[in-house]
Design a protein around this ligand. Structure first.
Ligand code: ADP
Ligand code: DP6
Length: 349
């Protein structure tokens, strides 16, 4: 699979191979303007629009094979999925089956190359890969936009991983089926910005509070939630303009304030949600020091302790060297703009 930034597959299912099995690969995306809060939980409709970059690291590979078993089976990272991890996949397959008018169960085998549940968007790559593989295995007729809407029902952020490069997720309007129709992601032109994202991994462990629960609690109880959402709408408009004029410092400043605002909103949830660890704060301090030294580096943090640092490709080695000095950074992959989700052709599996 080759990728030219911006050159999206018009139809990710074009390489559909088997009648009853399909394998897909998708990459995580890191939001520069975050999705945080649902207006309709059952349809995964967001309160605000968001904007992300799809990465070229940490792919998820998922195979869906239709089976004659009495229930779905799910293997995630070499272990049978249980509890909520299993239920999320089975509910998603129910949706695909209802749309396809079929009732066979499936064997799902999925592996994340990156950490799972650590705030590095495994649910985004996971459900984007599952959407593409399941749609192919069940024979759904779905173009990229329909796949984005479908992936959204597994995990909201997954709708953005259907596409490569910079991606905007339109919040849309209305709830239920009406809202479902107009809440999808699409790629935007921004490849010329050619950013690097240095991932400072300080903890690979799975978070104690899921993004979903933290998001719900913040919306329901934080007095900072609505002010953050109002500011985020403005951030999205400004971010689109900054990307269009290739203004990396502006992109970084907006991304950093948007993420810190999201974390502030969850700190004020009742009970409070705090994903940031002392090590996250040390990385944030180091990013400030880099800026004081004249390097345009900016941090963003998802629902976890790991910090990702946006900079120009030309500066990535200086950023890596500076972050290496922070104790407790256990891994530091560097991502660039990555591809949208795609089927793996039969012969390549
Ligand atoms: P993250 O920060 O990694 O996105 P979340 O709490 O949002 O963490 O989501 C993690 C959950 O997403 C997992 O517990 C599991 O339910 C689901 N998930 C992650 N990877 C996959 C995958 N490859 N296939 C299906 N579900 C997945
Ligand atoms: C902080 O997409 O994992 O990463 O829709 O409930 O599955 P659900 O939530 P999820 O939340 C992502 C939150 C975030 C911000 C973002 O990716 O925009």
């Amino acid at each position: 699979m080759t990728f030219t930034p911006g050159a999206e597959l018009a139809d990710p299912l074009a390489d559909r191979f088997g009648e009853d099995a399909a394998t897909a690969v998708a990459h995580p995306n890191i939001a520069l303007v975050k999705y945080w809060g649902k207006r309709d939980e059952s349809y995964f409709l967001p309160v605000t629009g968001s904007l992300s970059m799809t990465l070229d690291i940490y792919p998820t590979t998922t195979t869906v094979r239709l089976s004659t078993e009495p229930a779905d089976t799910v293997v995630l990272n070499d272990r049978p999925a249980v509890g909520e991890a299993y239920a999320r996949v089975a509910r998603f397959l129910d949706l695909v089956r209802a749309r396809a008018g079929r009732d066979e169960h499936a064997e799902v085998v999925s592996a994340n190359a990156g950490p799972t549940g650590a705030g590095l968007a495994s649910s985004a790559s996971g459900f984007a890969a599952l959407a593409v593989a399941a749609a192919a295995a069940y024979g759904l007729d779905a173009d990229a936009r329909a796949l984005s809407r479908l992936a959204r029902r597994g995990s909201g952020s997954a709708c953005r991983s259907i596409f490569g490069g910079f991606v905007v997720w339109h919040a849309g309007e209305g709830n239920g089926e009406a809202g479902d129709a107009n809440s999808y992601a699409e790629p935007i032109d921004g490849d010329a910005l050619d950013p690097a994202l240095v991932v400072a991994v300080v903890d690979k462990a799975s978070k104690a509070v899921s993004s979903r629960e933290a998001m719900r609690r913040t919306c329901d109880t934080s007095p900072f939630y609505l002010p953050w959402a109002d500011a985020s709408r403005i951030d999205l408009e400004e971010m689109r303009k900054a990307i269009a004029r290739r203004d990396l410092p502006a992109v970084g400043e907006i991304a950093e304030r948007n993420a810190l605002g999201m974390h502030a909103s969850m700190l004020l949830a009742r009970p409070s949600v705090r994903y940031l660890s002392p090590r996250s704060v040390e990385v944030l301090d180091r990013v400030l020091a880099l800026r004081a030294d004249g390097i345009a580096a900016y941090a963003t943090i998802d629902a976890g302790p790991n910090v990702t640092v946006l900079c120009a490709r030309a500066d990535e080695h200086r950023v890596i060297a500076a972050l290496r000095e922070v104790g407790g950074v256990v891994d530091m992959p560097v991502a660039h703009l990555g591809p949208g989700a795609a089927l793996v052709p039969d012969g390549a599996r």
